[in-house]
Design a protein around this ligand. Structure first.
Ligand code: I3P
Length: 125
C-alpha cells in the first residue's frame, strides 16, 4: 500500500531493520528478507529502501513509501516463522503479515515495545 508520510505525524523511531512480508490479505507470500529503512510514526510503520528515500518521499508526494497502518495490528515475538533470532511479527486486521528482525536484541526489543505502545495508543483513542 502507499501511505502518506507527512500530515502531522511525528516519527518516533528510525532505523535499518531486516524486514520480510510473509502474507498479504491472508495469503502466504514467498519470504524475501531485505534491509529496510523503517520509520515508526504515531500510527504507521513506513518502509523505505534507504534513509535517503525518506527525504525524497517527504518532498515528492507522488513518491510514497510502502507502509503498515498499525491500527488494530497484533504485535508478537515469533520463533516459528523464521530460523533467525530476534524476530517479531506484525499482523494487520486485513491479514498482512510482516516480520522485523535485528541481530542486536536490544534494538529489536525497543522496536517491539514502541510499536506495541503505538498500537495500544491507537486502540484507546
Ligand atoms: C527462504 C530463505 C529465507 C528463509 C525461508 C526460506 O528460501 O532461505 O531466508 O527464511 O525459510 O524458504 P528461498 O530464498 O528459496 O525463498 P528464514 O531466513 O527466516 O529462516 P522458511 O521457508 O522456513 O520461511
Amino acid at each position: 500500500h502507499n501511505m502518506d508520510a507527512s500530515v502531522g505525524l511525528q516519527p518516533v523511531l528510525k532505523e535499518y531493520l531486516n524486514k520480510a512480508k510473509i502474507a498479504e490479505g491472508g495469503k502466504k507470500l514467498r519470504k524475501n528478507w531485505t534491509s529496510s529503512w523503517v520509520v515508526l510514526s504515531s500510527s504507521q510503520l513506513l518502509f523505505y529502501k534507504e534513509s535517503k528515500q525518506e527525504a525524497v518521499a517527504n518532498l515528492k508526494p507522488s513518491c510514497r513509501p510502502d507502509g503498515v497502518d498499525l491500527c488494530g495490528a497484533a504485535i508478537e515475538w515469533t520463533t516459528e516463522k523464521s530460523s533467525r533470532k530476534n524476530v517479531m511479527q506484525i499482523t494487520t486486521p486485513t491479514g498482512d503479515e510482516f516480520l522485523l528482525q535485528a541481530d542486536h536484541f536490544p534494538t529489536i526489543c525497543k522496536w517491539h515495545d514502541t510499536i506495541k505502545k503505538t498500537v495500544d495508543s491507537l486502540s484507546s483513542r
